[in-house]
Design a protein around this ligand. Structure first.
Ligand SMILES: Nc1nc2c(c(=O)[nH]1)N[C@@H](CN(C=O)c1ccc(C(=O)N[C@@H](CCC(=O)O)C(=O)O)cc1)CN2
Length: 286
């Protein structure tokens, strides 16, 4: 029997825990404040940011999008981040990815104050994650961990294959699985005979951005399959990296696209924004 994950329901459920925490902050005179920097006007980024804004506003988080032109210079972008870092009324900052090619992603991310790092992408927080220490973590892998936990997928000793090695998903996902005692393989575009690797997996997580890339021949019967891809087809429809119709019958648990991992990404960002705010309030000089 295959269980198809309901990402929207799980996201709503996780978000139900936030209002009392936000009210407790408000009682102390603090409203969690999230700032999202968008460079350019990529339509997919605009849509994802709108989802984040809507959720934040619904929860009573003070959210604002700082829109910069696609031609913004590295220095101008870094100056904007420095101003947000220095603003005590801002608790969480993120720069929507991808950035235009002339900008240095790594330097931009590294400029964010790790205490306000809503995405958990800064080198400091990535290092904490790989060391198994607490800190802000990237939202998509955090959402996937929430799915695995909610659907009671055993992780200790499980063979997990992460297909994709991005900073947003693949690398932090591998660290989280390792921290949960899974045996982790990271496969990528240079991996030889990928199917022979994915077929060994109890859990396959895929984030490659190629529609229907993971086929039935690449999956072991009974495996858990998590699809992070949000791929736009020529007709405008959204699909995933997994050939869902062919793969789903083989699996024990599978995420659909849309309404699988995506809503969890947004939910985990909200959770992180509140956690960063709480941590800053705790560390404020009294
Ligand atoms: N700074 C960041 N940039 C990007 C991140 C990130 O975590 N931080 N992740 C992705 C995009 N992303 C978040 O920003 C994101 C992706 C998907 C969704 C979502 O709600 N998906 C819906 C479907 C939406 C659609 O129809 O296209 C779903 O899956 O149901 C939200 C956020 C890259 N950049």
């Amino acid at each position: 029997m295959t269980t198809v994950v309901d990402g929207r329901a799980l996201a709503n459920d996780l978000l139900n825990a936030l209002p009392p925490r936000i009210q407790s902050l408000q009682a102390q005179g603090v409203v969690p404040a999230l700032r999202i920097i968008q460079v350019g006007d990529d339509p997919a980024s605009t849509l994802y940011i709108r989802n984040k804004e809507r959720r934040a506003a619904k929860l009573g988080i003070d959210v604002a999008v700082i829109q910069l032109p696609a031609t913004v210079s590295q220095a101008e972008l870094l100056a904007k981040i420095a101003a947000l870092n220095a603003d005590p009324a801002v608790h969480a900052i993120l720069v929507q990815m991808p950035l235009p090619g002339h900008l240095d992603d790594a330097a931009v991310v590294a400029a964010i104050d790790p205490a306000k790092d809503a995405d958990g992408f800064t080198p400091t927080n990535a290092g904490r994650l790989w060391s198994g220490d607490p800190g802000p973590v990237p939202a998509t892998p955090a959402g996937i961990m929430a799915i695995l936990q909610r659907y009671k997928v055993p992780l200790r000793g499980a063979r997990a294959v992460m297909v994709g090695r991005s900073r947003i998903v693949g690398r932090p996902m591998a660290a989280m699985l390792l921290n949960a005692d899974a045996t982790v393989t990271v496969a990528h575009s240079q991996t030889k005979d990928l199917a022979s690797v994915t077929r060994t997996a109890d859990i396959v997580i895929i984030a490659v951005g190629i529609p229907h890339f993971l086929t039935a021949a690449m999956v072991k019967p009974g495996a858990v399959v998590i699809d992070v891809g949000i791929d736009r087809l020529a007709d405008g429809k959204v699909t995933g990296d997994v050939d869902f119709a062919a793969v789903a019958p083989l699996t024990s648990v599978i995420t659909p696209v849309p309404r699988g991992v995506g809503p969890l990404t947004v939910a985990e960002l909200m959770i992180q924004t509140v956690a960063l705010t709480e941590s800053q309030v705790r560390h404020e000089p009294s």
